[in-house]
Ligand binder design. Structure first.
Ligand code: HEM
Length: 191
């Protein structure tokens, strides 16, 4: 059980997390090689847009957005947030001279780690609900409706609820720090 959990859950999450640093270092290295270091600065804006776009999932979940498969949008949330975070990491680099942006960067990494934890809690919940899926399929429901129902049920599982009560405040802290950094940058900008 512990072995299955480590191999199937902990290692993949750890690797996805480490890949974020590897991707950021690779992109930063490439930009340095090509003499395009300035481009890295602007990746902060693109990365933020990616992270914001990843919240289409939240809009769909709350039915503010009427269209789009929740399952696909959750997958895009994970991918876009990961890509966005890696760009923000290139943007921030290892320049630790300003306190708030640095804290924002740490908060972002904590949110990504928390997101990965949620992803695997969700997978556990979905596995335990597979049996329910069998029942739904046997009742003649369309595969797409079965998927939608399973996602809905797994999001309601207790562990997910507890995780969400940590993940949401973490996201707020990250958003607050990123907001202060953005505001300070705009105020200090030489217009
Ligand atoms: C900058 C990075 C990220 C931020 C700011 C972020 C933020 C959020 C927020 C606010 C939610 C709640 C959605 C809602 O209920 O409206 C959420 C849910 C979720 N996120 Fe992330 N996330 C990030 C990265 C990730 C990553 C990298 C993954 C996984 C690879 C991930 C996986 C999930 C999962 C599985 C959920 C649960 C879905 C649900 O409860 O409905 N997140 N995230």
């Amino acid at each position: 059980m512990a072995f299955r959990f480590t191999v199937g859950r902990v290692i993949p999450s750890g690797l996805i997390f480490l890949a974020l640093f590897a991707a950021a270092i690779a992109v930063d290295g490439l930009l340095h090689l090509l003499g395009l270091v300035r481009v890295g600065r602007y990746l902060g804006v693109v990365g933020t847009l990616f992270i914001l776009a990843s919240f289409l999932y939240s809009l769909r979940k709350r039915r503010i957005l009427e269209r789009g498969s929740p399952k696909r949008l959750l997958q895009s949330h994970e991918l876009l947030a990961w890509l966005g975070a890696s760009m923000v990491l290139v943007h921030g680099g290892i320049h630790l001279n300003a306190f708030v942006p640095w804290l924002a960067l740490v908060a972002m990494m904590v949110v990504v780690a928390s997101g990965l934890t949620g992803k695997y809690l969700l997978q556990e919940a979905r596995e335990s609900l597979r049996e329910r899926g069998e029942e739904l399929r046997a009742s003649g429901l369309q595969p797409v409706d079965v998927e939608r129902e399973l996602l809905r049920l797994s999001l309601m599982v207790d562990a997910m609820k507890k995780w969400r009560s940590v993940h949401m405040p973490l996201t707020m802290v990250f958003a607050g720090l990123a907001g202060i950094h953005l505001l300070a940058t705009l105020l200090l900008w030489r217009w």
